[in-house]
Design a binder for this molecule. Structure first.
Ligand code: NAP
Length: 271
């Protein structure tokens, strides 16, 4: 699409954002529907100043990434109830000078999982207790799943379990945990440490579905071993894609062209 005086502005606010795959994914989606929208990276140190600028420049929608997912919250006019529980926002919808904050990370994780499995009534072992675990944990509860947290630093695991009102398991004795689904939300196995895995292979056959939210590499050691053990596997690209698809749908009111968005994400990752 040619950019002109009628183009509607979208972007990603964070620091850094130069590596982000979101501009390629969203611009391709806008072009697919012939929307006169443009999505740009917005490297941002001061989130308060940025919000004032976004409003005065007439931006319509924003993705928010590290380190501003929490610090943006005081500047919002309204917030989605699940995002409020999570305590982090990754999507802004700007209408009539008012900013509404949403979290689509949990929506992306749930949609990636729901392509392969029901969530209601399922038991899920969640590895990690960082920002992603918190969003995914609340999302799983929204979908009616039962969550068990296991984290390297036990106190942090316990703190998240208390917040989610769920139980904890020890990472040193994971064999005793009986759940349907395993999700890795830690950075273990991410490039360049691709030989690392957050969970022993010998217990993987206990799970019917294994998801890894690490997306570089696309097939982590955890997923390769889960494949070998006969589990259904879901890679980190799926969550990335579907959190972006949910943003597109919130901004445009149209169903996201997920195949086109996936193609552009893959092209970016394979560069
Ligand atoms: P975070 O808040 O920093 O949390 C990191 C988690 O990983 C903590 O639970 C930490 O445990 C654990 N961890 C780190 N190194 C470890 C190790 N060597 N052994 C065991 N546990 C370890 O990070 P985050 O924002 O949640 O992101 C986590 C990962 O998810 C990153 O790889 C990120 O790229 C990926 N991610 C993917 C998507 C997607 O859309 N696919 C979205 C967001 C994030 P401690 O508490 O013990 O430190």
């Amino acid at each position: 699409m040619a950019i002109n005086g009628s183009s509607q502005l979208y972007g990603i606010l964070g620091d850094p954002v130069s590596h982000s795959l979101s501009p390629a994914m969203h611009n391709a989606a806008f072009a697919e529907y012939g929307l006169n929208n443009v999505y740009v990276p917005l490297p941002t140190k001061d989130v308060g100043d940025a919000i004032t600028g976004l409003k005065s420049l007439g931006f319509r929608g924003i993705s928010v990434t590290i380190p501003h997912k929490q610090t943006v919250i005081p500047y919002l006019d309204s917030i989605d109830p699940v995002a409020e529980k999570i305590g982090a926002v990754n999507t802004l919808i700007i209408k009539e000078n008012r900013i509404h904050g949403v979290n689509t990370d949990w929506l992306g994780a749930n949609r990636a999982l729901q392509e392969k499995t029901e969530l209601s009534g399922k038991r899920v072992l969640l590895l990690g207790a960082g920002g992603s675990a918190r969003a995914i944990g609340f999302g799983l509860l929204e979908a009616g799943a039962e969550v068990i947290i296991a984290n390297r630093t036990a106190e942090k695991g316990k703190a998240l379990a208390d917040l989610l009102q769920c139980s904890c398991a020890s990472l040193s004795d994971p064999g005793g945990v009986q759940t349907d689904i395993l999700i890795n939300t830690t950075s273990v196995g991410m490039t360049p440490n691709i030989d690392a895995t957050p969970f022993p292979k010998k217990y993987l056959s206990h799970f019917s579905v294994v998801m890894d939210i690490v997306y570089a590499p696309q097939k982590t050691r955890l997923l390769a071993e889960a494949d070998e053990e006969g589990c259904q596997t879901i890679n980190g690209l799926a969550m990335l894609l579907f959190q972006g698809a949910a943003q597109f749908e919130l901004w445009t009111g149209q169903k996201a062209p997920v195949d086109i968005m996936r193609q552009h994400l893959l092209a970016g990752l394979n560069k």
